[in-house]
Design a protein around this ligand. Structure first.
Ligand code: CTP
Ligand code: MG
Length: 395
């Protein structure tokens, strides 16, 4: 038997077309709080301490959408899925043979609200059983009805559970099971394959919030659930100043990630992008995690001339790693010149790209200081930023 190189892999199946969702954008790429549904699904597994790698399975027509959706996340190349969920899972499992994990958790890309504890319960159960799935005991009374909607009987609900994902397995058992059933596409979930092979499947408690996006209105429900979860609202403030350096060679200055024509440059160790520095510091402030200088010390040669977008991305990733999101950014640049207005739209677009936010959540403003002080004398530029962050109430 091959030695397992990693302990636990998560396999996220996202190769469906989302026909019931009925939108030109498939549901796993629908927007949910500034990101895609799939981004949140994948992040929940990437951020989980028990998961060593995350493999996503996608539809061949969705490669561009996929790259945009997960940009910045540390993921291996996606696997191309098949015509049924079962086939997509099998292809994903076969792609993991090289890594040969001990355990694999299979999860629907369309369930972005899976929580840390559910994943932990599935992982833990795999230490004592070959298969373990997240499920919920039925609480409503169950009726069986005829096609006309008339009740035929009340079904006793004792012992009835609703199966969710993640569903976890010892890797070789589920790989063999899927390969043996490659021609039998009647399996309604992955656990059914184990049940048929006589393997014990343990039920662990799922979560009512772990809904599968199926219809359009499910996005609204997911938005509400996410907002309630991200109830720890933080405000971060950032301030930065850089001095002008009269340099006749200079043709442009970089502000908010955009090079704009100007006759002076800003002095600094990196590219001296005063706007991005203020936003970066505000984000670090909001999560109580040092400042731009402690993360990227000016004494470190690797940051000489660095593109400050790298700093901002790093700060945004620190928020994602906490399971949080940036809700809003408001920046004010203080200078007599250059004029910011003509470049404002490009700056908003660049900052929202770096942060993965809708442009409507980014505001960039500018003011002069009425010729007063160092900004008024055009000795330098100042920037002030306020960001609003939403972090999970409970981990
Ligand atoms: N899935 C997949 N490959 C398929 C079909 C489905 O990887 N050929 C994935 C979906 O992307 C989804 C999960 O399996 O994350 C659950 O399937 P479902 O909710 O049925 O999604 P879709 O098939 O995309 O939706 P629909 O049935 O409405 O078309
Ligand atoms: Mg389907």
């Amino acid at each position: 038997m091959t030695q397992a190189k990693i302990k636990t892999a998560a396999l996220i199946v996202a190769a469906g077309k989302g026909e019931r969702f009925g939108d030109s954008v498939p549901k796993q790429y629908a927007r949910l709080h500034g990101r895609s549904v799939l981004y949140w699904t994948v992040s929940n597994f990437l951020n989980h301490p028990d998961i060593d790698t995350v493999q996503v399975v996608i539809h061949p027509d969705h490669t561009d959408m996929y790259q945009r959706a997960v940009s910045g996340l540390p993921l291996p190349r996606p696997v191309i899925g098949g015509g049924s969920r079962q086939e997509s899972v099998r292809k994903g499992l076969e792609n993991l043979t090289e890594l040969s994990p001990g355990y694999v958790l299979i999860h629907d890309g369309a369930r972005p609200l899976v929580d840390e504890l559910t994943i932990s319960r599935v992982c833990k159960a795999l230490q004592s059983n070959e298969a373990a799935i997240a499920a919920l005991p039925l609480t409503d009374t169950i009726k069986r009805a005829d096609k006309g909607g008339l009740v035929e009987e009340t079904v006793p609900r004792d012992g009835l559970w609703r199966a969710q994902t993640p569903q976890g397995f010892h890797y070789t058992s589920i790989l063999n099971g899927h390969q043996d059933n490659a021609k039998n596409d009647m399996m309604t979930d992955d656990a059914a394959i184990c049940e048929q092979a006589g393997i014990n499947v343990e039920l662990v408690m799922g979560n009512t919030e772990n809904i599968k996006i199926t219809h359009k209105e499910d996005i609204l429900m997911a938005e509400r659930l996410m907002m309630a979860r991200l109830g720890d609202i933080r405000t971060g403030f950032g301030f930065d100043v850089h001095a002008f350096d009269a340099d006749t060679q200079t043709q442009s200055i970089r502000l908010c990630g955009v090079d704009i024509p100007f006759s002076q440059k800003l002095k600094g160790h990196s590219d001296a992008d005063v706007g991005l520095h203020a936003i970066t510091d505000a984000i670090f402030g909001g999560i109580g995690n040092g400042d731009i200088g402690s993360h990227f010390p000016p004494s470190d040669a690797q940051w000489k001339g660095a593109d400050s977008a790298v700093f901002l991305e790093h700060a945004a990733n620190a928020v994602s790693e906490l399971g949080g999101m940036i809700a809003h950014v408001d920046l004010t640049l203080v200078c007599e010149a250059p004029k910011i207005g003509p470049h404002r739209a490009a700056m908003v677009s660049r900052v929202s790209d770096i942060l993965g936010l809708e442009p409507g959540r980014v505001s960039i403003k500018a003011t002069t200081s009425e010729k007063l002080g160092f900004t008024g004398r055009s000795e330098g530029m100042a920037a002030q930023a306020v960001v609003t962050l939403r972090l999970p109430l409970h981990k």
